[in-house]
Design a protein. Sequence first.
Length: 239
Amino acid sequence: MRIIIAGPPKAGNVWLKCILGQMYDLRQLGTQETPKRPQFALFKTWTEAGGFPDGTIFHQHYDYSPELVDLIDALPAHAVTIIRDPYDAFVSSYYNIQKHEGDGLRDGRRTDQIMGKPLDHADVIAFLRAGGFRNNMIRARQWLESGRTHIVRYENLHSDPVAELRRVADAIAPVSDERIERALDACSADNMRKAGGAKSGHVRAAKVGDSKEKLNDEHLAIFRERHGDLIRTLGYEVR
């Protein structure tokens, strides 16, 4: 079995990768073992060279394309996409960007304008108004509407994780609830933090509704006016 988790960033990809890896006893591929960037051509070359061995799982933030999924199906592998409330995903993305201040790893990106600035700073507001986060929502929508990936809801992983994972597992390869529960325990936020390394760096609040405490009326107005269409399409309430 092979699983690729494809979709937008800061939606719980690392958490889901850990859970599915535990459920199916798959080895998580490291960053040095995967394509350097989430581009179809690189993915194609990598798979043709045997870079995606059986019994492994990895995640990258690919845009949806029929050609990509055709290639995934031909391997064969399973595509899985995790979708999260855009408000919470934006807040998570903002804090992830702040972690890189001064390390030079994100230099030259559009997000430079919000690095090192408070969430309510005028430049962060301008970034959101200009559509700086919209591409992540579009990527999620494209995967959701494709019908060619197994969708997992971040919020359901919190509210009823066994049921959400059982639904996905039944479409991939059924496993027992006991196996799901063991995977959830192994991949709890506390255990991932204790594990250290790359896993721990991706775990911050690890909760639903963080944006309700962090975003102000100006943020919410921009989401309503400029991104309400995407929020509704993704199945979330416009606030």
